[in-house]
Design a protein around this ligand. Structure first.
Ligand SMILES: Cc1cc2nc3c(=O)[nH]c(=O)nc-3n(C[C@H](O)[C@H](O)[C@H](O)COP(=O)(O)OP(=O)(O)OC[C@H]3O[C@@H](n4cnc5c(N)ncnc54)[C@H](O)[C@@H]3O)c2cc1C
Length: 452
């Protein structure tokens, strides 16, 4: 038999985004309010923080990962309380962050007069009725809420070829699945971003000795954080007034000037970090398109950096000939005796073949609405309850995060938080952005509820 439960606020997804929002709601909701999180796993883990491998570290120093803007040292304080001491500059294991999120959620639940329910399950569909948003779960059960937040986060992109021809493709995020790789197995990793780095570090931690070949279309690797990054001033207003080409020219000139002064380019990136939304939204649509076509890969390697020690570890492996990086495009892969054969062509158009025991898909997050693997989002797009975001990235939302339907109307009962807002905001998945968005959404919802 199926059941129906009713709430004031429901959140689909219990990763960092859903947990941050839940904590904010619990902290401020009065007695009598009912809050639900729909999530099949444990809250606070999600894709990023669900890894138990201590080699998988945060890509932001601990001091930058507080859940609360008004208490910037909260994560460091959690680590200190737990471990006796903590370094705000350290890149700690991501599992510590999952423990932090779970701890602060438990504290918020204990202190809140509002009622909390973790609905274990997967949301499959959403419909709007006169007085509620109704979520149907895979079990057939229904959740009714006055306000619904979509926080379904990240799902991996599929491999760039027909997966039916091979059983030897593993996902970079499937930490258990990767255990099948033997110590001497040759591995090809497609994609060269932070997920690739996780895979290489995970293999190293297990004593892997086989050849690792990384293939990416652009041939770029994530760059390292600088050990010291003195703050620098950038005239954001002047930058935002320029077109893309002029902006890039100004940024390059600034980086050169900083270098002359003995300052790292990383200081410039940090100065831009909290203005990225404004910079993205002030680009013309044509310039946004140009950015996506020509600049995004360069932006990503400068923006999503790795700790210096990790960069040094990758370099050591490359120097020893154990890690290769090829710039090329994979065309096909098929299983052959004892392994997998991968066909690719390089940037000059020359065709090549790689042989390995395993191919690991580390191509990152699927951000294209037309290719969303999440059935919930596919259904919402099909039914017209949502429409693709700008450039087909994520789903469309208004300035407050309300989801815009296929007819162009923003639905105040359904909001999105996290990577779904990529096309609108560009910077939308990292904790420093999520914590601001979660606090704003919770206070807006609670203000609306008290008016009702
Ligand atoms: C490997 C990796 C490392 C990262 N490291 C950092 C870092 O160090 N610092 C940082 O600030 N950011 C980091 N990020 C960015 C990261 O995306 C966010 O910090 C965080 O994971 C975003 O959380 P989320 O809740 O939006 O998504 P997710 O972590 O993907 O969580 C989404 C949750 O929603 C659930 N869900 C999805 N669909 C449904 C459904 N239909 N029904 C019910 N539940 C559903 C999933 O089960 C999942 O638990 C990293 C990202 C990745 C991929």
């Amino acid at each position: 038999m199926t059941s129906t439960q009713a709430f004031d606020f429901a959140i689909i997804g219990g990763g960092a985004a859903g947990t941050l929002l839940a904590v904010r709601l619990l902290q401020a909701a009065p007695a009598g309010m009912r809050i639900a999180m729909i999530e099949s796993g444990e809250p606070g883990r999600g894709v990023a923080y669900g890894s138990d491998n201590p080699a998988h570290v945060l890509n932001v120093p601990a001091g930058g990962m507080s859940m609360f803007t008004e208490r910037p040292d909260d994560f460091v304080q959690f680590l200190t309380e737990r471990d006796g001491s903590a370094d705000p500059a350290a890149f700690v294991p991501r599992r510590d962050y999952a423990a932090y999120l779970a701890n602060r959620l438990a504290q918020a639940r204990a202190a809140s007069p509002a009622a909390w329910t973790h609905v274990r399950g997967n949301a499959q569909d959403v419909r709007i009725e006169a007085d509620a948003v109704v979520v149907t779960l895979a079990s057939g059960d229904e959740v009714r809420a006055r306000h619904l937040a979509l926080a379904p986060g990240n799902r991996p992109r599929p491999c760039p070829f027909d997966p039916d021809d091979t059983q030897r493709v593993l996902s970079a995020w499937d930490h258990d699945g990767l255990q099948v790789i033997g110590a001497d197995d040759a591995v090809v990793i497609v994609g060269s971003g932070l997920s690739m780095v996780d895979v290489v570090l995970g293999l190293q931690a297990r004593g892997h000795r086989g050849q690792v070949t990384v293939v990416s279309r652009h041939g770029l690797l994530p760059l390292a954080h600088a050990s010291k990054k003195p703050a620098v001033d950038v005239d954001i207003e002047a930058l935002a007034a320029l077109g893309l080409r002029e902006r890039l020219r100004m940024l390059r000139a600034t980086a050169k000037r900083l270098e002359v002064e003995g300052l790292p380019w990383q200081s410039l990136m940090d100065a831009l970090r909290h203005h990225v939304r404004e910079l993205w939204q002030s680009l013309s649509v044509a310039d946004q398109r140009r950015f996506l076509r020509h600049v995004v890969r360069y932006w990503d390697v400068h923006r999503h950096r790795i700790p210096g020690e990790v960069a040094a570890q990758l370099q050591t492996l490359a120097d020893a000939g154990e890690l290769h990086h090829l710039a090329g495009r994979m065309d096909a892969a098929r299983d052959v005796e004892g392994g997998i054969e991968i066909s690719l062509h390089d940037r000059a158009g020359d065709v090549g073949t790689l042989h390995a025991q395993w191919l690991v898909n580390a191509t990152g997050i699927e951000t294209r609405a037309a290719h969303f693997p999440n059935p919930l989002l596919r259904r919402m797009l099909q039914s017209g309850l949502a429409r693709p975001g700008p450039h087909g990235l994520g789903i469309d939302t208004d300035a407050q995060g309300n989801v815009i339907d296929a007819s162009g109307i923003a639905r105040p009962a359904i909001a999105a938080i996290g990577s779904l807002r990529l096309g609108n905001l560009w910077e939308t998945t990292a904790v420093p952005d999520l914590r601001v968005d979660a606090a704003l959404l919770a206070s807006r919802w609670l203000a609306t509820s008290s008016e009702a």
